[in-house]
Design a protein around this ligand. Structure first.
Ligand SMILES: [Cu+2]
Length: 482
């Protein structure tokens, strides 16, 4: 990769994995054969959150309105059911999932979701896009438009601990069980003890070397920065940048997946409005215009913010002025690690003219629309996320996480929602004043009403601030805030 010998994990030998396509009402059959190599986890202490069984896997189809599928047996909603784990060296598992008739068409994705190896496998390349085609794709203006899927992934790498097996100089992500890469100490620890012989460990985004890929091509590189560990050195890799060619007035449909493990992407396109079709696989009833940034806008401004796992789908109507326009990611410091601005793609507008229309409205997805009205809201909740570094309670990850100032406890149920009720959730993060407020109406989906599940299936944001900018609320009405 970019001249560096690397060893990755993959679905069917490609990064990203193959595109899966289906329609509402169809059954999606996927056979997993795990040909990853054996991994010795005999010393595992039983905590499912530490790195272990790195090459055991399973399949999660993120966002689809299908039966639960990461616990055994398939479809169970028992919160104590064991997680599906397909062992390496030939383990097999067949998935057969019915996609409901009212599944909204859109962009979804898949990745492994076995605790202890999820991040390691996803950040080694094991992720891919799922397209559900349906009524949205029959809208004449969308049918006529060029369509481009953009899958962005990060690949986290450390020098191998095992040059005899992997080859000298090879980069890989293969943390030894319970081995943690200390961002600020720049060394590897196990149970707090420094391991001078180990090079790689579990991390929250700070790798010795990290590549960002767009549709499998490296476009940006980050190297650990010992002088400023929360801000890796970034370099653009121009050879991987795609070019999309449009005539003036031509409409193109971009479908973008942030499959990064750890990078929030503020997106903008020079000189163009973005016309948002939908987010996270649910299309809006009509386009939402995200205006082009004005000349001289601050470098951190953007039109659309895509956190990891977000899918943003938008139309672009090419400007009436020929030229090269850059689709860019703005720099951000919304996270523990700062992220540099970068070029993602070039849009070339030619001398030709092709005046195409934008759709006035889009099909209404009956599974989620119409959204409940304000008068139906029975309760407003304030959810405030926080974190603490260095960790006092969670030495494994090195960061403590809080919800409403309470230490996050994976087995506790801190919010109880009555079936068939509508609530207004206001979600914020006081440690990050740049974060925007998101106001969401949450309504249990049909499936949630029919099948009690440990958590609601779907949240639809009714007032999503897609543009990054100063936070407007002060959480002054939050009764839980100290
Ligand atoms: Cu996911």
């Amino acid at each position: 990769m970019d001249g560096t010998p690397v060893k990755l994990r993959s679905w069917n030998g490609t990064v990203p994995g193959p595109l899966l396509e289906a329609r509402p009402g169809e059954t999606l059959n996927v056979d997993i054969v795990n040909d990853l190599t054996a991994y010795d986890s005999s010393e595992w202490d039983g905590n499912h959150n530490v790195p272990h069984d790195l090459n055991s896997t399973n399949l999660h189809m993120h966002g689809l309105e299908i039966a639960p599928h990461i616990f055994e047996p398939l479809g169970t909603s028992d919160p104590l059911a064991p997680m599906i784990s397909v062992p390496p060296e030939g383990g097999q598992k067949s998935y057969s999932v019915i996609i409901p008739e009212d599944q909204p068409p859109g962009l979804f994705w898949y990745h492994p979701h076995k605790h202890g190896s999820t991040a390691v496998q996803a950040v080694s390349g094991m992720a891919g896009a799922i397209l559900i085609r349906g009524d949205l794709d029959e809208v004449p203006e969308l049918k006529a438009a060029q369509e481009h899927i953009l899958v962005v992934q990060d690949i986290g790498l450390f020098p191998t601990d095992n040059p005899d097996k992997d080859g000298a100089g090879t980069y890989i992500y293969e943390p030894r069980q319970n081995a943690i890469w200390q961002t600020f100490g720049s060394n590897v620890t196990i149970h707090g003890e420094v391991q001078p012989d180990l090079k790689g460990g579990f991390t929250t985004g700070d790798y010795r070397l990290r590549y960002f890929l767009l549709n499998g091509e490296p476009i940006f590189k980050e190297v650990h920065n010992p002088n400023d560990p929360a801000h890796p050195h970034g370099t653009q890799i121009d050879t991987g940048i795609p070019t999309y060619t449009l005539a003036q007035g031509e409409v193109a449909r971009f479908r973008m997946l942030n499959a990064n493990s750890d990078d929030v992407m503020p997106i903008y396109l020079q000189g163009h409005d973005l016309h948002l079709i939908g987010m996270d696989g649910v299309n809006l009833p009509r386009l939402r215009r995200l205006p082009a940034l004005p000349p001289g806008a601050p470098a951190t401004d953007s039109q659309l913010l895509l956190a990891p796992a977000n899918r943003g789908e938008f139309l672009v109507k090419a400007a009436a002025k020929p030229g090269i326009y850059e689709l860019r990611q703005a720099p951000q410091s919304l996270q523990f690690l700062k992220s540099d601005g970068r070029l993602l793609a070039r849009i070339v507008v030619t001398e030709d003219r092709k005046d195409m229309a934008l759709p006035a409205k889009l099909p209404v997805q009956t599974r989620h629309f119409p959204l409940p009205s304000d008068s139906q809201v029975s309760k407003t909740r304030y959810i405030t996320f926080g974190m603490q570094f260095p960790a006092k309670a969670n030495p494994v990850v090195g960061i403590d996480f809080f919800i409403n100032n309470q230490q996050y406890e994976e087995l506790s149920v801190s919010q109880v929602v009555m079936l068939d009720t509508v609530e207004d959730w206001i979600i914020g993060s006081p440690g990050h004043p740049q974060m925007t407020r998101q106001k969401c109406l949450a309504r249990p989906s049909e499936q949630f009403r029919r099948t009690p599940l440990p958590h609601p299936r779907q949240f639809l944001c009714c007032d999503r601030h897609c543009r990054s900018g100063p936070r407007r609320d002060g959480h002054e009405r939050d009764p839980l805030r100290r």
